[in-house]
Design a protein around this ligand. Sequence first.
Ligand SMILES: Cc1cc2nc3c(=O)[nH]c(=O)nc-3n(C[C@H](O)[C@H](O)[C@H](O)COP(=O)(O)O)c2cc1C
Length: 182
Amino acid sequence: MITIIIGTNRAGSVSAQVASFLSTVYDEIGIKNQTLDLAELPPETFSPDAYAEKPARVIEFTEQILASSGLVVIAPEYNGSMAGALKLFIDMLPFPESFEDRPVSYIGIAAGQFGGLRPVEHLQQVFGYRNALNYPRRVFIPAVGSVVQAEGGLGKHEFGERLREQAKGFADYCRSLGKLAD
Ligand SMILES: Cc1cc2nc3c(=O)[nH]c(=O)nc-3n(C[C@H](O)[C@H](O)[C@H](O)COP(=O)(O)O)c2cc1C
């Protein structure tokens, strides 16, 4: 099972649209996948008590992460880094088992011209610290609003093709590590 993480909790995010496309891409290559939408995390996730007493949805998401062969993170650029909601979610996950030896693939998206390079590089540092296995072939989508609104959407766009190539490569990477059975 590959788990796609929508790396923001912003209502109506473009990240969610990219995740929806990506899910069809993994379906097409026959890889079971699920999507975690951080918008489903309840407000009490931000409570000072949440680190000790995890909200039920955080526990469910944690179980889904722990059952994953690999993670695909869609990282929108917020103030030159990852969204705060994504970092909070990472901080809620148990150490070390959440990311230890778990393959992770990255997609950066941004309104700006650097296409989410900064949040992805920050995430690689965080996941690297947690001994995750960073898949090196990243995809960055600049001016992402115009890409998803282009005629035919992501599927007909060159970035759609890059995401397909990345998905195939990531599945092979997970298989080569013995993490993905078929
Ligand atoms: C709080 C916030 C901060 C943002 N900061 C940046 C930024 O530093 N650089 C940039 O290129 N775009 C920035 N954006 C634009 C997002 O990258 C853009 O909205 C994109 O669609 C991805 O985010 P989304 O999934 O929330 O839609 C920011 C958006 C928000 C909501």
